[in-house]
Design a protein around this ligand. Sequence first.
Ligand code: FAD
Length: 378
Amino acid sequence: MKDKEVFDIAIIGAGAAGLQLLYELTQSPTDHHLKILLIDSGDRSEKSWCFWQNNPPIYSHLIEKKWNHLAFVGADGMEIKSCVEPIHYHYISSEKFYSFFFSEYIPKNPGIEVVAGMAKNVAKGDEYFTISLESGETYRSKKVADSRFNQEDWQKSGGLYQHFYGKFIRTDTPTFDENKATLMDFSLIQKHEHFTCFHYILPFSKTHALVETTVFSTKQYEKVYYQELWEEYWKTQLGAIPYALEKEEMGSIPMSDYAFPLESDGILKIGTAAGQVKASTGYAFTRMHQDAKNIVSQVNRKKPGRFRFYDRLLLSIIKTDTKQVPEVMKRLFHSVPMPQILMFLDEKSTLFQEIQIFCRLPIRLFLTHLWKSFTRSR
Ligand SMILES: Cc1cc2nc3c(=O)[nH]c(=O)nc-3n(C[C@H](O)[C@H](O)[C@H](O)COP(=O)(O)OP(=O)(O)OC[C@H]3O[C@@H](n4cnc5c(N)ncnc54)[C@H](O)[C@@H]3O)c2cc1C
């Protein structure tokens, strides 16, 4: 135990949520003087954080690439491409994000203490929390923000996951449209009964891109399985152009409409552990940013319940009507303007706009899943 020292707030986990909360706390005119403890076990697995925003975007100095055109490709290979200006789709690599925080930002803030270690337990006392690490060390703090997420509990509940396997590649010949990010490409034939697969492409230049295989599934497959899907897509849809592999990224995120608690026994939950990953899409970065702002300004963190309900319907289709997913997405991108879709996914649309969107989707399918969801909840 570090004698006498009691931190104002301890953040467990220096990931997307923990570091964004740290940033907001240290930028706040009222909280910037706080003594902050940042505890992290050191998982720096490669992630690509993409998000859409008008100018000026958040963390503009960390953005490595932005696109003003977005595309969707249906199972029939037809592309829908749209200019979304003044919105842009932005890319930040986790590598650059971590490097900014650990090499620049944190060293300039004397109020932050970083501890490398695995938090094991948080015990609530009368005046402060005691955080025990696996190493046996303990720390004391008046508040705790905890981003630990229990994967095992999730797996046992039979939850759905979004699995990613991506390759950063370079080609000798111009291959990509560097102004266009492809959000979803369903053109690889869906041969699998139990999961939905699509690809996305983020081109950094005409010869440099991240091409990623994405699978919605309750099961985690071996890496080689995703690699085969990736190769098949590259071969059949992009002409098997020779490429040099720069690096890979791999990961999984939960897709759940479960009402993750925002607080548990006085401990603030943040990030994935607080349900900040949007259930039906996996987008989380700007949601975590907004949540960090809400925590600092003590604004209600709860989101309107109807969006959880929409997510539940989509998840029900993804889980049990897997083969319908490409058609639902095609109808959405075909009939709703891209900026409106982005607003809906940001949960900033009005009820009237949402009714308009659902009217353009396969209504019978949604009514079936509405009924399923109703009978399940009784
Ligand atoms: C490959 C991939 C691509 C993604 N792409 C996007 C995207 O384009 N856009 C988007 O918005 N979202 C994306 N996401 C989703 C989301 O942004 C990330 O999952 C995000 O990193 C989740 O933030 P987090 O803080 O909850 O968890 P993490 O970023 O995983 O951070 C958790 C931190 O907690 C630490 N930790 C864990 N347990 C302990 C412990 N017991 N003690 C101390 N420290 C601990 C870990 O070391 C880690 O640093 C992607 C996710 C993946 C996996």
